[in-house]
Each structure stands twice: as structure tokens, then as C-alpha cells.
Design a protein around this ligand. Structure first.
Ligand code: NCD
Length: 306
């Protein structure tokens, strides 16, 4: 297993052993996240964000600072030379002169893979259009292990916008490495992409349904996502599904006692604040997982840990 110098573009680029290793190293980062470390002193992370972000960008920056490194970058491409028409390929070839590792979020599918082909330094995909968000999937898995003690044997529902939501694509691939049963819960027009279903078929059982209530008593993990309004090619199509699902206290009345609810955040109206008070709600704990998992990735890719 070798991580030094690698890119993180798709979760599919990693074996189960490698994913488990990243989760293990993330566990070892917990104390360092509390007390700090100088493992990456002198190293520079560049965050290039061509799309809005709160958690992903700030947690990568936090992770880098906690390991003693520093960060540069932009979250508003409008104020960089991108505004003047600089290409992604040129931007990346410039930035790698400044930084040891690049984290990229971009609205186009394939953008991260494309950037990685130009960059000599590792590129981490922090979201490529509606395609994938591999580091989110890793922190989702980490949270499941932390809360449930395991992944194997669990029944897990991925709910919401399974068509345009990139986090659920990466998470479905990641979960298909384990012995789980998946429920894909969505309105008909937001069903899981067929290429994802095709890929995971044969490795895990995946049941598609529109009926959240019927599966609630079965499941151990409920992963809810928002409707990705900005990715709808047609605003009228968004209007048709807007507000079409919601996980509230009533939906949860037949849930198992130890059900956990995860959400990559940001949420809109799909999980109302009344759920925050229940023991099911783990989405704010998930945010902390983002810090330790990204510390692990930075340390591994920069060769500070094996
Ligand atoms: C997600 C994203 O950007 O795909 N956010 C995140 O990174 N936690 C989810 C979303 O925007 O709905």
C-alpha cells in the first residue's frame, strides 16, 4: 500500500484495504487534531474552489494547520486570473509551483481527473460537478464506523437527490466494498444514476424505492441529501420535486433506537431542526470526521505517515 504522491480523484481508485487504512490513520489523527502536530511543517496546500463550499474547504485548511502546514488558494475564482480566461490546465501548472498538494472543486465532471493529469503534485477532488466527492465518502464511512463500530452487516439508506448529488455517488461506490444492504430512496426523477447502480451491482444488494416510511424500521443508517437545485438543467424540473421529501419526527416514529442520521450538509428543508435534538442526529459530528479524515489524507499523500 502506497499513498505518497497519489491523487484522490474517485473513490473507485482505492481498494477496500486502502480505504480501511485511511480510516485507521484518521483514527490516529484524533489526538493530533486536539493537540496539534508539526508533521507537515513547511508544506503548503492550495485550495482551488470554483464552486461554493464551507465545510470542505475550511476542513482541509483546518487539517493542514493542525498538522503544522499552511494553505493558499481561492474560493472566488472571479478574483483570480480565471476571470481573465486562464484555463484550468494553466492554473494547475502555475499553482503546483507554489504548493505541495492541490485540492480542487469544480462544476465540471472530469475536471479533477483532468487537473491531475497536468499536475505533478497530488490533486484531491473536493467535488467534480455531479460526479464524485471522494473525501466526503471517506468521512461518511469514518463516521459510520465511529458511531456503529462497523460497516459490515448494516442496512443503509441513501436518500434524496441521488441523480445530481455527488456525495451519494462516491458513498455508494465506497459502501459497495463492504457487506451492506443499500436502499436508494428518492423521487422517481432523482433516482440513482444507472452507471453507479451498474457498477455496484453484484457486490451489494441495492433496492430502489420512493417510500421512505416503509424502510425506516429496517435501517441502521439514514443518509439524507438536499436537492441539488443548482445542477438542474431546467428550473421547471426542480420546481416539480422541490420539497418532495422530508425526514421529520413523524417519519422517524418507527426507527430503530440506534439509527443514525447522516447528511453531508448543507441542508435546506429535508431535515427540519426538530430532528437535531434526537439521538439519531449525527450530522454535526460528521463535520469533525471531515477534519481527521482530511488530516489523514494530507499526511498520507505527502508521505508524512505510511
Ligand atoms: C456537498 C457537496 O458539495 O457536494 N457538500 C459538502 O461538501 N459537504 C453536498 C451538497 O452540496 O449538497
Amino acid at each position: 500500500m502506497r499513498f505518497k504522491g497519489r491523487d484522490v480523484i474517485s473513490i473507485k481508485d482505492f481498494t477496500k484495504d486502502e480505504v480501511n487504512h485511511i480510516l485507521r490513520v484518521a483514527g490516529e489523527m484524533e489526538p493530533l487534531a486536539k493537540k496539534g502536530s508539526d508533521m507537515l511543517r513547511g508544506r503548503i496546500l492550495a485550495t482551488l474552489f470554483f464552486e461554493p463550499s464551507t465545510r470542505t474547504r475550511l476542513s482541509f485548511e483546518t487539517a493542514m494547520y493542525k498538522l503544522g502546514g499552511t494553505t493558499i488558494g481561492f474560493a472566488e475564482p472571479e478574483i483570480s486570473s480565471v476571470r481573465k480566461g486562464e484555463s484550468l490546465a494553466d492554473t494547475v501548472r502555475v499553482v503546483e509551483n507554489y504548493a505541495d498538494i492541490i485540492v480542487l472543486r469544480h462544476p465540471l465532471e472530469g475536471a479533477a481527473r483532468f487537473a491531475a493529469e497536468y499536475a505533478e503534485v497530488p490533486v484531491i477532488n473536493a467535488g467534480s460537478g455531479a460526479e464524485e466527492h471522494p473525501t466526503q465518502a471517506l468521512l461518511d464511512l469514518y463516521t459510520i464506523v465511529k458511531e456503529m463500530g462497523r460497516i459490515d452487516g448494516l442496512k443503509i439508506a441513501l436518500a434524496g437527490d441521488l441523480r445530481f448529488g455527488r456525495t451519494v455517488h462516491s458513498l455508494a461506490y465506497a459502501l459497495s466494498l463492504y457487506d451492506v444492504k443499500l436502499y436508494m430512496v428518492s423521487p422517481p426523477t432523482l433516482r440513482m444514476r444507472s452507471e453507479v447502480l451498474e457498477d455496484i451491482k453484484g457486490r451489494v444488494e441495492a433496492v430502489e424505492t420512493e417510500d421512505m416510511e416503509s424502510i425506516i424500521p429496517e435501517i441502521d443508517v439514514l443518509y439524507v441529501t438536499r436537492i441539488q437545485k443548482e445542477r438542474f438543467p431546467d428550473p421547471a424540473e426542480y420546481e416539480k420535486v422541490r420539497g418532495s421529501y422530508r425526514v421529520d419526527l413523524n417519519t422517524l416514529r418507527n426507527a430503530k433506537d440506534n439509527l443514525i442520521i447522516l447528511h453531508p450538509l448543507p441542508r435546506t428543508d429535508e431535515v427540519p431542526p426538530e430532528v437535531d435534538m434526537t439521538p439519531y442526529a449525527k450530522y454535526f459530528k460528521q463535520v469533525w470526521s471531515g477534519v481527521v479524515v482530511r488530516m489523514a489524507l494530507l499526511a498520507l499523500l505527502l508521505g508524512a505517515v505510511e
